[in-house]
Design a protein around this ligand. Structure first.
Ligand SMILES: CC(C)(COP(=O)(O)OP(=O)(O)OC[C@H]1O[C@@H](n2cnc3c(N)ncnc32)[C@H](O)[C@@H]1OP(=O)(O)O)[C@@H](O)C(=O)NCCC(=O)NCCS
Length: 282
C-alpha cells in the first residue's frame, strides 16, 4: 500500500489538530485556518487506508520564497516514506509556481529528510520556554495605534526578507493585547507580536534595532501575556535575545535548524531579529 496525497481542506483541521497534539506542538485551529487562508491550494494531507496519516503546509511570501511547515506524520505510519512524499508534493507545488527559494525550520527528526531533498542549513534556532506564576498586570502599557502598525509592517518586511502583512494583521487581530512596540527617538525601535497557543503564549516575531528596544518589547510582552508558559524561538546569532530571556527565567527547550533550498536571496536581517514568528511560519 502507498499513501495518497491530496489538497487539505477545512474539514481536515480536526485530523491536523490530532497529529499536532501527538507531536506535543502548540498550534491552534486558528493557526490551521491561517495556513488554509494563505494557501488554499498549497496545503496537503496524506491518506493511508482512508485515514489521514500526515500533513504539510506551504505559504508563499511575495514570490521571493515559500515556507514549508506542519510536516507531521502519525507515529503509527512513520518510516514508510509518507513524510518524504509530503515534502516532495510541497516542493513540486512550489517549483510549479517558480518560487526560487523554499525555506523551513527543521526539527532534528525532520532534518535528514530535508537534507536528502536538497535543503541546506542557514542557522540554528533555540526554542526557549518560561514557566512562571500567572500575573496579569498590564498597567503602564500603551495601546498600540493603527498608525504605528504600518511601521511594524515596514520593519518586518526588511527583517523577514519579504512582505507578510496579511499574516501579521491576522496575528494582531487575533491577539491585539500581545502587540507591543518600542520607540527609538521618533521612529519605531522594535516590536513584538504573539499568539495564544494550545499550551503556551508564543512570543514572535520579536524584532529590535537596539538593545533598549529589545528589552522594552520583551518586558511589555511578558506583562501583557497572561499565561504561565511562554515559548519563543531565538536564532542563535541574535544579539540581545538570549541574555534578556535568561534574565527573565527562560530556559532552553529544544533546537531547530533553519534550512533553505534554492537561492537564498532574501535572508532578511539577522542583526535585528530577536525571535522568529514560529517554525511553521518563518
Ligand atoms: C519527521 C517526520 C515527519 C518523518 O515522517 P516519516 O513518514 O516517518 O518520514 P519518512 O518515512 O519519509 O522518513 C523517515 C525515515 O524512514 C525511512 N524510510 C522512508 N521510506 C521507507 C520505507 N519504505 N521503508 C523503510 N524506511 C523508509 C527514511 O529513509 C527515513 O530515514 P531516516 O530516519 O534515516 O531519515 C515524523 O517523524 C514526524 O511527524 N515527527 C514529529 C514531527 C516533526 O518533527 N516533524 C518535522 C518538522 S520539521
Amino acid at each position: 500500500m502507498t499513501s495518497e496525497i491530496r489538497v487539505m481542506t477545512p474539514g481536515d483541521i480536526p485530523a491536523g489538530m490530532r497529529l499536532k497534539e501527538i507531536a506535543g506542538w502548540n498550534q491552534t485551529v486558528g493557526d490551521w485556518r491561517r495556513f488554509l487562508r494563505a494557501s488554499p491550494a498549497g496545503c496537503f494531507v496524506a491518506e493511508w487506508g482512508g485515514q489521514i496519516a500526515g500533513t504539510v503546509t506551504t505559504i508563499i511570501y511575495q514570490d521571493r520564497f515559500a515556507w514549508i511547515g506542519m510536516v507531521l506524520v502519525d507515529p503509527e505510519f512513520r518510516g514508510r516514506g509518507i513524510g518524504t512524499a509530503l515534502l516532495v508534493k510541497a516542493i513540486d507545488y512550489l517549483d510549479n509556481r517558480a518560487i526560487p527559494c523554499l525555506k523551513l525550520d527543521a526539527t532534528p527528526q525532520g532534518r535528514r529528510i530535508y537534507e536528502r531533498l536538497g535543503f541546506r542549513s542557514e542557522y540554528g534556532i533555540e526554542r526557549q520556554s518560561l514557566k512562571r506564576d500567572i500575573f496579569a498586570d498590564i498597567r503602564g502599557c500603551r495601546e498600540e495605534k493603527n498608525l504605528e502598525f504600518h511601521s511594524v509592517l515596514d520593519m518586518d518586511r526588511e527583517v523577514f526578507g519579504a512582505d507578510r502583512s496579511l499574516l501579521l494583521k491576522s496575528l494582531a487581530n487575533g491577539c491585539p493585547e500581545l502587540v507591543v512596540t518600542a520607540h527609538s527617538g521618533a521612529s519605531l525601535g522594535g516590536y513584538a507580536l504573539g499568539r495564544k497557543g494550545s499550551q503556551a503564549d508564543h512570543l514572535g516575531p520579536w524584532v529590535a534595532s537596539d538593545a533598549e528596544a529589545a528589552r522594552e518589547t520583551l518586558e511589555n510582552f511578558l506583562r501583557r501575556s497572561q499565561r504561565e508558559t511562554v515559548f519563543v524561538d531565538v536564532p542563535k546569532g541574535s544579539r540581545w535575545a538570549s541574555a534578556l530571556l535568561a534574565g527573565k527565567g527562560f530556559q532552553f527547550s529544544r533546537t531547530l535548524t533553519r534550512m533553505y533550498r534554492g537561492e537564498n536571496s532574501h535572508p532578511g536581517r539577522l542583526d535585528r531579529l530577536c525571535a522568529i514568528l514560529g517554525p511553521e511560519f518563518g
